[in-house]
Design a protein around this ligand. Structure first.
Ligand code: GLA
Length: 411
């Protein structure tokens, strides 16, 4: 079932649009947020992830213009109006400004496709902001799709996903390509293993009787804010670790080392051998980062297999192991995330882990559907009581349903 406009804070969206621009919108572009089930901090290392799209989404009501102006209003007052001119070099707003996600999509498409006509747009979202559920990439994808449709242009899905993953680096985050790929390529009722270079998606139906519970720490993890430096630092450490391990392999007489990728390493060596190699070649901190990355990639394949077999127990164990690795080796958890994970397990979850970049944001837990309510109750009582109640609670603690990918409709 489609979400109502109420979840977007808009009762009569067409009227609101008209209030801003003096005329009604002609199109709706929508792109979902996502919850990553397993495979965290692997995508920018060229290794797989396993997310599903949410039913929560960014919506852009728009109307093409005859000139190159882009005028954007947001249903949320915390995001002020943003107007700019399309060109192949668009000056960014100051770091952290929400308008940079819009500009990221627009500049990339203008560079690729030449002069474009602009649009008037009204943005709304039911994806909690800065929560690790990819509201920002959903905005980038929704904007890109809107601009393409306004110009009656089309790019193949995987090409657009790759283009937008690159485009989003305009905002300063050295992100991988998971969020853009799942926002565009998701299949309803499925989780998707995403491989990179080249980008591919493999869908697995989510078994009946499996429920994914998502809970927000209430701590914002702004990808364009303080988290950005920590995130980029992790990516840099992974590159250094890879270079050192490659060098060590060269020292052992193994051939052509410089261009080795993490995927090459995993294809050539069993994980246990890689870990021995890494321990010898790397200083302790880099070794822990390296250990997370290679073990997490292995967990993605194991989890996909467990889902295909309907093996909830194993999937849960893998989620737990992922969280431990993210907490101890990758150091991207927080006391709040650890607490949510603990409460989910106490409530009877088969497994639980932080999802997204970490440093705040959300936790995801897997439970047998018969137990999901107990997991939710454990979280509500142990974490949210006295902090959030009523309708607001449904926004930060919910059962995630695997939704479809992005689309544009003519109104
Ligand atoms: C953020 C990035 C993704 C991915 C995750 C961590 O959400 O946007 O590309 O790297 O962090 O898995």
């Amino acid at each position: 079932m489609k979400e109502s406009w109420k979840a977007h804070g808009l009762d009569r969206p067409g009227e609101v649009f008209k209030g801003h621009f003096g005329t009604f919108p002609t199109h709706l572009s929508r792109a979902p947020g996502r919850v990553n089930l397993i495979g965290e901090h692997t995508d920018y290392n060229g290794l797989p992830v396993f997310p599903m799209a949410l039913r929560k989404e960014v919506r852009i009501l728009f109307r093409p213009r005859d000139d190159a102006l882009v005028r954007v209003r947001n249903a949320l007052a915390e995001f002020p109006p943003r107007d700019f001119e399309l060109s192949h070099r668009i000056e960014p707003y100051p770091p952290g400004d929400w308008g940079n996600y819009l500009k990221a999509a627009c500049q990339a498409l203008a560079q690729r496709l030449g002069p474009l006509r602009g649009l008037d747009a009204l943005v709304s979202s039911s994806v909690p902001v800065a929560s690790g559920l990819s509201s920002s990439s959903a905005l980038v994808i929704a904007m890109a799709q809107a601009l393409l449709a306004a110009n009656e242009l089309h790019l193949p899905l995987l090409e657009l996903a790759e283009e937008m993953a690159r485009a989003e680096r305009y905002t300063g985050t050295q992100g991988g390509g998971m969020d853009q790929a799942i926002a565009l390529g998701a299949r309803q009722g499925h989780a998707s293993r995403i491989e990179f270079k080249p980008l591919r998606l493999f869908h697995t139906p989510i078994p009946k009787g499996w429920s994914f519970v998502v809970a927000h720490t209430l701590a914002r993890a702004e990808k364009s804010g303080p988290v950005q430096a920590a995130y980029n630092e992790r990516a840099q450490s992974c590159r250094e670790a890879l270079a050192l391990v490659s060098l060590a392999l060269g020292g052992r007489g193994e051939e052509a080392t410089e261009s080795l990728s993490y995927r090459d390493l995993l294809l050539r060596f069993p994980v246990a051998d890689l870990l021995r190699l890494g321990e010898d070649a790397l200083p302790p901190l880099l070794f822990r980062r390296f250990r997370h990355v290679v073990t997490e990639a292995a967990r993605v394949y194991a989890a996909e297999e467990a889902m295909a077999q309907g093996d909830l127990f194993t999937f849960g164990i893998l989620m737990d192991a992922s969280h431990e690795s993210l907490r101890n080796d990758y150091e991207v958890s927080s006391p709040e995330l650890d607490r949510l994970v603990e409460l989910a397990r106490e409530g009877g979850a088969a497994g639980a882990r932080l999802t997204g970049a970490g440093f705040g944001g959300c936790m995801v837990a897997l439970a047998h559907s018969g137990r999901a309510e107990r997991v939710v109750a454990s979280l509500a009582k142990g974490y949210f009581q006295g902090k959030v109640a009523g309708k607001a609670l449904d926004e930060v603690l919910f059962l995630a349903e695997a939704g479809p990918g992005a689309e544009v409709t003519v109104l």
